[in-house]
Design a protein. Structure first.
Length: 216
């Protein structure tokens, strides 16, 4: 009997829920052939800074007509977005307990240039899985299909817009220390970077204490 796989969309420094889901699978398949969606985690993440939740957005080159497959989306470097993202992370997490522990491994993503969004997201996700303490096999889809018999489809279950989520049950995040929690209270489901910088090696235990909707 084949083991179930987790099917996810590509994501830029994905939220905690994404990795909570991945913790239950030995294989994660990233969708490479779906149509690109704007204002999704495919090209953005959310962190917590001194002024509240801050989105970090990767600009992509415009294509006229229908949205291209995610594998064909090119990153736009007309603005210094990498430098801006890195500065925002340092400002938000420079005083967090584990920022220095992970900064050197993350820094290259903000200085080298990937041509395609999918390549950036795949490299980011593979590194983050390892940093969290997860080691699933990571692969790409060969083609697009509405559903897969041997995979739990999580492609539309993690979205910054609730109206675009497929509800499989609410994600219940286990609380953990955040630098700005005295000011804003606990803010759930930010980028996994928030959990790593604040909790370090305890991040995996926090994921296991969280409840990922639809996986139970």
């Amino acid at each position: 009997m084949k083991k179930m796989k987790l099917l996810v969309s590509a994501a830029y420094f994905a939220p905690v829920e994404y990795f909570c889901a991945a913790a239950g699978f030995g294989e994660v398949v990233v969708e490479a052939h779906e149509r690109y969606r704007k204002q999704s985690y495919r090209s953005r993440c959310e962190i917590l800074g001194a002024n509240g939740v801050l989105p970090l957005v990767v600009p992509v080159q415009r294509v006229h007509g229908s949205p291209p497959p995610i594998r064909d989306v090119r990153i736009d470097y007309a603005t210094p977005w990498q430098r801006q993202h890195w500065r925002s992370l340092r400002s938000a997490y420079g005083s967090s307990p584990f920022y220095m522990h992970y900064a050197d491994e993350l820094a290259p993503f903000f200085f080298r240039r990937e041509g395609f969004l999918l390549d950036l997201n795949l490299s980011v996700t593979r590194l983050l899985l390892g940093l969290v303490g997860l080691c699933p096999e990571v692969s790409l889809t060969d083609s697009y299909a509405p559903s897969y018999a041997d995979a739990l489809d999580f492609r539309r279950c993690v979205s910054p817009k609730r109206s675009r989520r497929e509800e499989r049950g609410a994600f219940s995040a286990a609380e953990y220390y955040q630098v700005f929690s005295p000011r804003f209270g606990f803010v759930p489901n930010l980028s996994i970077l928030d959990l790593l910088f604040n909790e370090g090696p305890s991040a995996l235990e926090t994921l296991r204490r969280s409840a990922c909707g639809g996986l139970g």
